[in-house]
Design a protein around this ligand. Structure first.
Ligand code: FAD
Length: 262
């Protein structure tokens, strides 16, 4: 199988990049093809702006979704974006590796998503009508593929527990797992999170690497997070709310979008 690892850390010798390397090594040992995209090494342009749409006439307003859709359709997106989209289509699994910065991903990775996830490619896919709200949340261009996060965090595990002060890790990662990965169709695996990462010593690195190798061995067999499919009958259209006949109305928040709770 083909795997794309996108790693987002400014220091090549960082723990984050070391874990990306461990994952790549293990996957190759399993016989898979692996491409690692180090966004800092590639000097990835992180912001969407007018230069992303060279065919957009200077007199026209930049409406990003419209320009993105037009450029995708006409093959006039920039070379760097087209290359990354090709990698996403090539990969049977996508792994995003990053340090948790301000409870989310580093800006360079967010910018990779903003630019690579073009309209017509990752969103704005499928029929949009009163009957159907597109192919998304379990359906879409990247359906049938798997995705997973490798995250390092400075905080302790209980800080991210169900009653931890930072908020539960599954809630914090929900916008990425559900919003960025499940949205265009990926089956999303539980994240691999390393807590107290700044305190990691050699023994801890060895233990963490072994645990990560185990996760890589089961990348294609592990059960994904059972998010509800948008078009699977649980949601009303066009309100896109959970139907009380289908899902207990007492279930609210992020956990309600997982079939058995988060
Ligand atoms: P590094 O600094 O590269 O390494 C961490 C440790 O691992 C070092 O001690 C290193 O020696 C050791 N290590 C052991 N073996 C190896 C090896 N083989 N290769 C590399 N290193 C090894 N934390 C939170 O919990 N929540 C937040 O919201 C948050 N926001 C942040 C925002 C910013 C802007 C910054 C800078 C940090 C933030 N942090 C936060 C902390 C951050 O999550 C951690 O600093 C980060 O996850 C550590 O990962 P790293 O890859 O940068 O580690």
């Amino acid at each position: 199988m083909n795997i794309l690892i996108v790693s987002a850390h400014p220091d090549p010798a960082s723990l984050t990049n070391a874990l990306s390397g461990v994952a790549a090594e293990q996957l190759r040992e399993e016989g898979h093809e692996v491409q690692v995209c180090d966004l800092y090494a590639a000097d990835w342009k992180a912001v969407v702006d007018r230069s992303d749409f060279p065919a957009l006439p200077p007199s026209e307003r930049l409406r990003v979704a419209v320009a993105s859709g037009e450029a995708y359709k006409t093959g006039t997106l920039t070379r760097d974006v087209i290359d990354e989209q090709a990698k996403l289509l090539w990969a049977d699994a996508l792994i995003l590796a990053f340090p948790l910065w301000w409870f989310s991903m580093p800006a360079i990775l967010k910018g990779w998503i903003d630019r690579v996830y073009a309209f017509g490619f990752a969103y704005g896919v499928g029929e949009h009508s009163e009957r159907r709200w597109g192919d998304r949340y379990g359906e879409g261009r990247l359906a049938g593929k798997r995705a997973m996060l490798i995250v390092t965090a400075g905080g302790w595990e209980p800080h991210y527990g169900p009653r931890g002060v930072n908020g539960p890790i599954d809630d914090l990662l929900f916008p990425i797992n559900h919003g960025v990965l499940y949205y265009p169709g990926y089956d999303v695996l539980p994240p691999f999170v390393t807590y107290r990462a700044d305190r990691m010593d050699e023994a801890g690195f060895k233990e963490t690497s072994e645990a990560l190798r185990d996760r890589m061995r089961t990348l294609f067999t592990e059960t994904p997070i059972p998010y509800r499919q948008q078009n699977g009958g649980d949601y009303s259209i066009p309100a896109m709310e959970l139907r009380s006949e289908a899902v207990d109305p007492k279930l609210v928040g992020f956990a309600a979008h997982v079939r058995h709770g988060l």
